[in-house]
Design a protein around this ligand. Structure first.
Ligand code: NFS
Length: 651
């Protein structure tokens, strides 16, 4: 049991891990102990792209021994680059297929063929239309929305030319992409070409493979993900700050608990709408429940949180723990980050796992296929299944733990809150950075990974960045980890000793916490836009690579994180990952990504599993940029001692 305490810094999770152990249930936290990772695969030098192999290019042991090659002659750096580029392609395809589904829904909604969906944010629609060169004049909203949706759908199939959303990037950055020949063309094209070039006997030049990997990643950040974010804002509303609750304690003892888990708000928005229907509430009451309680897990949680303040039950590593409470009447999933284990686990409790996408069927789950055309009808049917399951509950044990936090920040709101309604601008932010009250801006993003203590690296890195004067923007499961600490509320963040005076002055003046929750993983595209705005505002260099800004993913695990990291680096942002690094088997490729990229993109990838050292590297990067801009002031590094670290436990 004592070891369980080490597995997470989240007390609610530890409580459920103890319950799991007592009931002899397996979770990712326990399975990880039995699964030693393959060191050759983990370091990127196992090639299984053809049936002559798999070729395991183990590093040479003795001096003078020839370097191992694949049966086709492939070198370690080419194998590692191919594997890395394939991770990018997989990550890009996940974000982008999500974006495609949103564009498809917008088209249906514009034609009046998607029951329950509307064009909620007309201003955003007009802004996006203008960026895409679509005529607005006095055309009806539906007509504009249809053209926006169709233009975005066409971005997937573009064969030539330039991806329109990428035109939003700073001019010098676009110049770099054009010079390198990596301005993304069409989203699908970049994924297909990456798969082609990394198959047996095609691209055999490490740098050339990584150029295509970069083009593919850019098609994600400035393409698929950006389409997802922008069109979701149009359909469901652009988020504004709102207060919410997080952690397993948001589950209710006496209401029907429905967890939406996965990624696409196309589904969760309709589930939410259906759960608010009076007939449904009445049905729940007839079954003895006091109402219907919706909570989210993973990024679909971030989506309905940002737009409606719906509580978050937890991040990716808490999906099994939620079921173990015995209080979840239905877990409704669509795509991505859904562990196969939850289907079988649900059979040990009364929970119904309902899978809804024809792309993602699961054993031990019920399948109710979701179609936008009848979205609301289908959602009502699913909500009813949850209601009917309420009387089947056995013993329930919900950890009495929740935290308050604020979510719903985005580029539009940052712009407005800094400058006010009439002179919305990033000027105060840039001025704060220039005068040193804000040392720099850091994106802390990404997943949980049971190979590192759950949430604890996110929390430590973020706390120390704030203590050292950085404004932190967060997405994904990382944001959910830190939301549990109170750092996303002024009440806790403004306490003495949390942040230096200068940062505090700015946060207090604007009324923001020093850690901003900016949404789901596709919403990392919001960070690209915010960085671009900082460049355009002036005074901090001409390109994203000049900014005192950086990105990190301390607990990453998904291929999607690699795609995100690569588009950040190719967009000019220094990006450091924790946990493990997938190219260590090739020194040559690793050197290229960690050093060589400086010449290519102006900034590089980096890796550091130790949170303390990761913060040092991030601050060094920021200070180097400040120095180059001539705005470096002297300051002491705030170090966390053991006593301070013990305080990092999450309620
Ligand atoms: Ni992002 Fe969201 Fe979480 Fe990682 Fe998975 S939920 S898309 S991939 S695990 S942050």
């Amino acid at each position: 049991m004592a070891e369980l305490e080490e597995k997470s810094s989240c007390e609610a999770s530890i409580e459920m891990l103890k319950k799991a152990a007592a009931e002899d249930r397996q979770t990712a936290f326990s399975r990880v102990d039995d699964m030693k990772s393959c060191t050759i695969g983990a370091s990127g030098i196992c090639c299984k792209n053809c049936a002559m192999g798999p070729c395991r290019l183990t590093p040479t042991k003795k001096e003078g021994e020839p370097e191992k090659r694949g049966i086709c002659g492939a070198t370690p750096e080419v194998v590692a680059a191919r594997n890395f580029a394939r991770m990018i392609a997989a990550g890009t395809s996940a974000h982008s297929d999500h974006g495609r589904a949103v564009a498809h829904t917008l088209v249906l909604a514009a034609k009046g063929e998607a029951e329950g969906y509307q064009i909620k944010d007309r201003i955003k629609l007009l802004e996006v239309a203008a960026d895409l060169g679509i005529k607005v004049e006095d055309r009806p909203v539906e007509e504009i929305a249809l053209e926006v949706g169709e233009t975005c759908l066409a971005m997937f199939g573009n064969q030539e030319g330039e991806l329109q959303f990428a035109w939003r990037a700073p001019e010098p950055r676009k110049g770099i992409w054009r010079k390198l020949g990596i301005f993304p063309r069409g989203i699908d094209r970049e994924v297909v070409e990456t798969m082609h070039r990394t198959s047996i006997g095609v691209d055999q030049d490490m740098e050339n493979i990584m150029l295509q990997g970069s083009r593919c990643a850019l098609a994600d950040g400035w393409g698929g993900s950006m389409i997802g974010t922008e069109l979701q804002d149009i359909l469901f509303g652009t988020p504004t700050p709102l207060k919410a609750k997080i952690n397993l304690g948001v589950l209710s003892e006496d209401q029907v608990n429905i967890i939406v888990h996965g990624h696409e708000p196309i589904l969760s928005e309709m589930i939410l709408l259906a759960s608010q229907n009076e007939d449904m509430i009445k049905k729940a009451e007839e079954k003895g429940a006091k109402g219907i309680n919706i909570a989210g897990i993973c990024c679909t949680a971030n989506e309905i949180l940002s737009r409606h303040g719906i509580p978050v039950a937890g991040n990716v590593l808490q999906q099994e723990l939620a079921i173990i409470t015995g209080a979840v009447d239905a877990m409704i999933v669509d795509v991505q980050c859904v562990y196969q284990a939850i289907g079988e686990l649900s059979k040990c409790y009364h929970t119904k796992v309902i899978t809804t996408s024809s792309k993602a069927k699961m054993p031990f789950a019920e399948f109710v296929e979701f179609h936008e055309e009848h979205g609301l009808d289908i959602a009502e049917k699913i909500v009813e299944m949850a209601i009917d399951n309420f009387p089947n509950r056995g013993k329930v044990e919900i950890p009495d733990k929740t935290s308050d936090f604020i979510a719903g920040y985005d580029h539009e709101y940052v712009n407005y809150m800094l400058g006010g309604r009439f002179r919305a601008s990033y000027r105060p932010l840039n001025d704060g950075v220039i005068d040193g009250r804000i040392r720099g801006v850091v994106g802390v993003v990404g997943c949980n990974n049971p190979r590192v203590p759950h949430d604890s690296v996110h929390v430590q890195v973020t706390r120390e960045l704030v203590a050292n004067g950085c404004l932190v923007v967060m997405t994904g499961c990382a944001a959910q980890a830190v939301a549990k600490t109170g750092l996303m509320t002024p009440e806790i963040a403004y306490k003495e000793g949390v942040m230096p005076q200068g940062l505090r002055e700015i946060c207090e003046a604007v009324g923001i916490p020093p850690v901003l929750h900016v949404g789901s993983c596709v919403d990392n595209s919001r960070i690209l836009i915010a960085l671009t705005e900082m460049v355009h505002e002036g005074g901090l260099g001409d390109d994203i690579s000049d900014l005192p800004a950086a990105g990190c993913a301390p607990e990453w695990m998904s291929e999607k994180a690699i795609a995100i990291g690569q588009y950040f680096v190719a967009s000019g942002a220094y990006t450091i990952f924790g946990a493990s690094w997938p190219t260590t088997g090739s020194q040559k490729l690793t050197d290229y990504l960690f050093n060589g990229y400086k010449k290519v993109f102006g900034n590089t990838w980096d890796f550091e599993p130790d949170p303390d050292k990761m913060v040092t590297k991030l601050l060094t990067q920021i200070d180097n940029k400040r120095e180059a801009l001539g705005i470096l002031g002297k300051r002491e590094r705030v170090l966390y001692d053991m006593a301070m670290r013990r305080e990092l436990k999450i309620e």
